[in-house]
Design a protein around this ligand. Structure first.
Ligand SMILES: [Zn+2]
Length: 256
């Protein structure tokens, strides 16, 4: 029984991953997500339903467009596979409303993070629509489970501290450091992580961002006029805190 349950959640995750690919591609460009059929970006050939089966289509088509033979990026099957594995990993351990709600909560966060991550890499944008969706999910949790001073203060610090630093940086250097999407994301995460948790997020994500930035400069992949997306650093650290809280709290206890 357990194994069928696992396979079911894995396939469910693959299908959601396929949808996330569409979201990542279309949401920043404001293309309708549901009604418009998928087409090859090169030749415009409209995909048939059997070209749209997660993972399998990519394998059968050998990673090429069925019409013109243009290579399809590896990231599509990879995002499908990754989402499938996440769904499997987060599947409820029993069939109770509580366990299902818990799974849904964590899986929703994972899906938003995947879209945020990829869209920020592609466009240097953390979209308001995804931030609002995340806000709704986290708020519905913290209102039930946390005392309000905890999450309100977390939100204020998460939003206020990066805003203040960005403002000071702007006054001193005339440059905008963090984007508005980054600051909003910190604020929303602050509700869930609370005051010390969000300080940890800010500190560690700046550290991760600095290391990634140095590596990119070393590899000659980043120039002054082509800055790097900072969102992925925030999302990686936040994912570490949300999905591996036992390890995150160990590191956090060293720091604070
Ligand atoms: Zn094509």
């Amino acid at each position: 029984m357990e194994i069928f349950f696992g396979i079911y959640f894995f396939i469910f995750g693959l299908l959601i991953g396929s949808f996330l690919n569409v979201v990542i591609l279309r949401l920043p460009n404001k293309v309708n997500m549901v009604t418009k059929r998928s087409a090859c970006p090169k030749c415009g050939g409209q995909l048939k339903w059997y070209h749209n089966i997660p993972l399998l289509s990519f394998i059968f088509l050998k990673g090429k467009c069925a019409f013109c033979g243009t290579r399809i990026s590896w990231r599509y099957p990879l995002i499908e596979l990754f989402t499938g594995l996440v769904a499997y990993w987060l599947m409820p351990n029993e069939l109770s409303t509580m366990a299902l709600a818990n799974s849904f909560f964590y899986f929703s966060i994972a899906c938003i993070f995947i879209c945020h991550f990829m869209i920020d890499l592609d466009h240097h944008l953390l979209l308001d629509s995804l931030n609002l969706y995340l806000l709704a999910i986290l708020l519905s949790y913290v209102i039930f489970y946390y005392n309000w001073p905890f999450w309100v203060l977390g939100g204020v610090i998460g939003f206020g501290a990066p805003l203040l630093v960005t403002w000071i940086f702007y006054k001193l250097r005339g440059q905008v450091g963090l984007g508005g999407g980054d600051i909003k994301l910190y604020g929303i995460l602050g509700l869930y992580f609370g005051p010390t948790g969000i300080m940890f997020t800010i500190f560690l994500s700046c550290l991760v961002g600095a290391v990634v930035g140095l590596v990119l400069i070393g590899l000659d992949k980043m120039t002054k006029d082509k800055p790097m997306a900072f969102g992925p650093s925030i999302l990686l650290v936040a994912a570490f805190q949300i999905f591996f809280p036992q390890y995150a709290s160990i590191i956090q206890s060293w720091l604070f």
